[in-house]
Design a protein around this ligand. Structure first.
Ligand code: SF4
Ligand code: SF4
Length: 84
């Protein structure tokens, strides 16, 4: 296998080990719905208290940061975890 392809395969394997979590600071969320509207995977929803949270579905957060950037109240943090 050419060296460039090997490096690319290695990079893909590394990226597959990364897990993203978009976590809401519930005290800062003003329930505007912007993140719910813009999340491309539709995994941001309102909880029972009307605050926006990320739910677990068969689609995992892709770490695109759209919700983080769109939230005017800076209520969302993107946490990067690594699978063992
Ligand atoms: S964009 Fe921010 S303030 Fe608005 S619903 Fe989402 S987390 Fe809450
Ligand atoms: S980072 Fe992207 S995929 Fe993940 S919850 Fe936010 S908008 Fe959705």
């Amino acid at each position: 296998m050419p060296e460039a392809s090997k490096n690319l395969q290695e990079k893909i394997r590394e990226l597959q080990k990364i897990i993203y979590r978009a976590v809401t600071d519930l005290d800062k969320c003003i329930s505007c719905g912007t993140c719910v509207f813009y999340c491309p995977l539709k995994i941001r929803v309102f909880n029972n208290e009307g605050k926006a949270v990320t739910i677990k579905t068969n689609k995992s957060c892709g770490g695109c940061s759209v919700c983080v950037k769109r939230c005017k109240n800076k209520a969302i943090s993107l946490i990067v975890l690594r699978k063992k």
